[in-house]
Write a protein that binds this ligand. Structure first.
Ligand SMILES: [Zn+2]
Length: 115
C-alpha cells in the first residue's frame, strides 16, 4: 500500500487514508449527499481531503442530478382510475417504434428507460 503524505491544511496534522468520505453538495437548490468517497481525513480536526478519482466521481454523480436545459412540463392526469403522464410529442418522435419501458424511482424522479 502506498503511503499518502498529506498534511491537514487546517491544523497541520498528518492525515490518514479513508474510504468513507462524504460530500454534501447543492445542485439547483437540492442537497445531495455522496458517500463512500476515498482520500484522507485528519484525525485531529476531521477535515477531509477527497482524492482526484473520487472528486471526478462526485462531480459525475452531482451532474446526474442537474436538470437538462429542455424539460417538458406535464400534469399527471387520471385515466381509467390510473394516474398517467403523457409522453411529449418531441420525445415520442425520438423514441421511434420502441414500446417497452422500465420505470423506477430515484428520489422524487421517475426514470423511464425505453427500449
Ligand atoms: Zn486537521
Amino acid at each position: 500500500m502506498n503511503k499518502i503524505d498529506i498534511k491537514c491544511a487546517v491544523c497541520a496534522s498528518q492525515t490518514e487514508e479513508a474510504k468513507d468520505l462524504v460530500i454534501t453538495s447543492t445542485v439547483q437548490g437540492r442537497e445531495i449527499v455522496i458517500t463512500g468517497l476515498t482520500g484522507t481525513r485528519c484525525p485531529e480536526c476531521g477535515e477531509q481531503y477527497v482524492d482526484a478519482k473520487s472528486s471526478r466521481k462526485a462531480l459525475e454523480i452531482a451532474n446526474k442530478f442537474r436538470k437538462p436545459a429542455i424539460v417538458f412540463k406535464r400534469k399527471v392526469t387520471v385515466s381509467g382510475g390510473r394516474r398517467v403522464i403523457g409522453i411529449p410529442e418531441e420525445i415520442d418522435r425520438a423514441l421511434g417504434k420502441k414500446e417497452n419501458v422500465d420505470l423506477w424511482l430515484e428520489g422524487n424522479k421517475i426514470v423511464a428507460e425505453i427500449y
